[in-house]
Design a protein around this ligand. Sequence first.
Ligand code: OGA
Ligand code: MN
Length: 213
Amino acid sequence: MNQLFEEIPFIENPQYERIIENILAQQYCIVEDFFTDEEVSLLRQSLIEKHEEDAFKKAAIGNRVNEIIVKSIRGDVILWIDELKANKAESLFFNKINNLINYLNKTCFLGIIHKEFHYALYPEGTYYKRHIDTFQNDDRRKLSIVCYLNEDGWLPENGGELVLYLNENGEETEKVIYPFPGRVVIFESQIIEHEVKPVNKQRMSITGWLKTR
Ligand code: OGA
Ligand code: MN
């Protein structure tokens, strides 16, 4: 299904400019205040409610044509979010995401026409091994977006760091990112390998992709 973003108003926002500058310079960007505390809390409640209803399923590797569950690669459970059936929290979420997409399309001609987002919950002891977010038979994912919804901050001993493997002048470097509530990480899906280190405390997020034709 094509999703048209053209009817969405163009909203000037210095935050979007910084996102674009960062992605152009380093292929990723960390945004601390993309969602308000109130929005993060509503989204967390929504995730927890749906998880309690048992709506989540084991995450798979590969896309729908190539779905295999490999627990040794990733241990999170996920639930795809349907924008057409969005609750209040999810509407707030998509409102911000759609504004960003609209800005990216108007200023960078990125040609984003699809998006897909899911809730993710990593139970204690789970992880997601080093990987890249594009599939062999489908390279439409352009930008990966991860929004952390954890409660009460996040301590180093909780683990669950997102590690981005970067290439700086031919040298591989690691960028370690803690899943602090409200933090959003955006990176180039086709370029950046990354992993989620084992978590020692339940870890909650929304992850998704902006896609081209
Ligand atoms: C993913 C992923 C990173 C994170 O779901 O593909 O890499 O920090 N998530 O949750
Ligand atoms: Mn990933």
